[in-house]
Design a protein around this ligand. Structure first.
Ligand code: HEC
Ligand code: HEC
Ligand code: HEC
Ligand code: HEC
Length: 319
């Protein structure tokens, strides 16, 4: 009897200890705050976003006959309240005890729910007297820590191209892991679109493009050919990993065909560079996230436009 009690006490202590360790390590679940919360400091980016289909769909998509047909097939009524639809179609912000759709896909759909990272991502640190430092005065070590801490808190930085690309596919590839297979099948049977032609450059360099980088932060700059080639490869690296993971999730022929088409397009892109980039050959052999990240790291700073050039989408096809 005594032994049992002792075991209990020890057990509880251990649970307590584990919870402490876990709480120390795991940050609070990040929450979405909506595009308005970025406006003060990123007005130009917001102005671009407002004209995109991501923003305008808030007022339109639920009213289409396609949306109504899908909702009817699922036995549901309101798209903005449906947990499945809202995963991809809306930015959900806490309002009292429930989540409310405040916008279509917006800033945080691509850069991460911001409650935990927003206060950190622009904090350049303080000087000895405790005054906030300006960007130019930030210590490089502080900058590295700031990027690491905000990434850990859920931020997706533009430079993290593998993450940026994978994130588009959660929605555009219908690869969101939280959707149960039977629900996904029902969506597909009800004719939810799946677009095998989604390709990162074509879809990010048109209406969606916001690249107001220094030195000229007033200019929405186009990418150079070398940047385009790297972005194209990062997109296909993310695509082959995501599509391979889900290709057998459901048997719906349109879903399977779309994922296969993605895999084939990615193969063509990777084959074009495998001669000069061994990491591309490795990813073709084993389409895993680790190999894809290794490839994206390996091409940093490289100009692959010579080998990739012919595969890049024409500018007039940008979405
Ligand atoms: C109080 C001002 C402020 C707010 C509010 C703010 N940001 Fe920022 N943000 C900044 C500053 C300053 C930087 C530049 C940081 C640096 O120099 O690395 C930045 C950088 C970024 C970057 C990286 C830019 C780059 O060049 O790599 C992204 C992405 C970003 N913010 C997104 C957002 C989003 C999304 C929101 C809203 C959820 C938001 N920010 C809210 C001030 C802000
Ligand atoms: C995994 C993400 C995801 C989920 C979940 C999802 N959608 Fe979509 N939906 C998309 C994407 C991405 C598009 C745009 C496809 C394209 O054109 O590339 C889209 C397009 C649509 C369209 C066509 C839009 C238009 O403007 O013509 C309708 C209608 C639609 N979805 C309804 C729904 C409904 C209703 C639900 C909930 C049952 C739902 N979707 C769930 C990602 C999703
Ligand atoms: C569809 C996904 C998507 C959405 C929505 C989106 N971004 Fe971005 N954002 C990106 C990508 C991709 C880049 C990197 C572009 C590049 O470097 O070529 C980027 C770059 C940035 C940058 C750095 C370049 C610059 O213009 O200063 C900032 C800051 C930024 N985004 C803020 C925002 C804010 C604020 C919003 C909402 C108003 C927003 N983003 C909406 C994907 C998105
Ligand atoms: C949270 C889900 C989500 C994410 C993440 C997302 N999108 Fe979208 N996107 C959508 C939905 C949903 C639509 C369709 C809206 C509609 O038609 O009603 C769409 C539409 C678009 C369109 C308009 C397509 C057309 O045919 O006019 C472009 C371009 C686009 N997205 C690019 C991107 C890019 C590039 C990324 C990643 C950098 C991205 N999106 C990330 C959900 C998302």
């Amino acid at each position: 009897m005594k032994f049992v009690v002792l075991r209990w006490t020890l057990g509880l202590c251990l649970i307590g200890l584990l919870t402490l360790v876990a709480n120390n390590d795991v940050l609070a679940e990040p929450e979405y705050q909506g595009p308005e919360s970025c406006q003060k400091c990123h007005k130009v980016d917001l102005e671009v976003w407002e004209k995109t289909k991501h923003a305008t769909s808030m007022k339109t998509v639920h009213k289409t006959k396609e949306a109504k047909a899908i909702m009817e097939a699922l036995g549901e009524k309101r798209m903005k309240r449906n947990d499945t639809c809202t995963m991809c179609h809306y930015t959900m912000v806490k309002s009292g005890s429930r989540l409310k759709a405040v916008a279509g896909p917006s800033c945080e759909s691509c850069h991460g729910a911001s409650s935990e990272w927003k206060p950190i991502h622009n904090d350049y640190g303080k000087d000895a007297a405790g005054n906030a430092l300006k960007r130019e005065a930030e210590d490089p070590a502080h900058k590295a820590e700031r990027i690491e801490a905000s990434t850990k808190a859920g931020m997706v930085w533009p430079q993290q191209t593998f993450d940026v690309a994978s994130n588009c596919l959660i929605c555009h590839g219908l690869t969101n892991e939280s959707i149960p297979a039977d629900l996904l099948s029902k969506m597909m049977e009800a004719d939810h679109p799946i677009n095998p032609e989604f390709e990162l450059v074509r879809y990010s360099m048109g209406s969606v493009r916001h690249r107001f980088y220094p030195p000229d932060i007033t200019k929405n700059a186009e990418m150079t050919p070398a940047q385009l080639a790297r972005f194209f490869i990062a997109g296909h690296a993310a695509s082959i990993v995501a599509a391979t993971k889900v290709v057998s999730k459901i048997a719906h022929p349109k879903y399977v065909a779309a994922q296969k088409a993605r895999i084939n397009a990615a193969k063509a892109a990777l084959e074009a560079i495998q001669g000069s980039v061994p990491e591309a050959a490795a990813l073709l052999q084993d389409p895993s996230e680790a190999k894809a990240r290794a490839l994206v790291a390996a091409i940093e700073g490289k100009d692959l436009s010579g080998s990739v050039g012919g595969l890049l989408p024409a500018k007039d096809s940008y979405k």
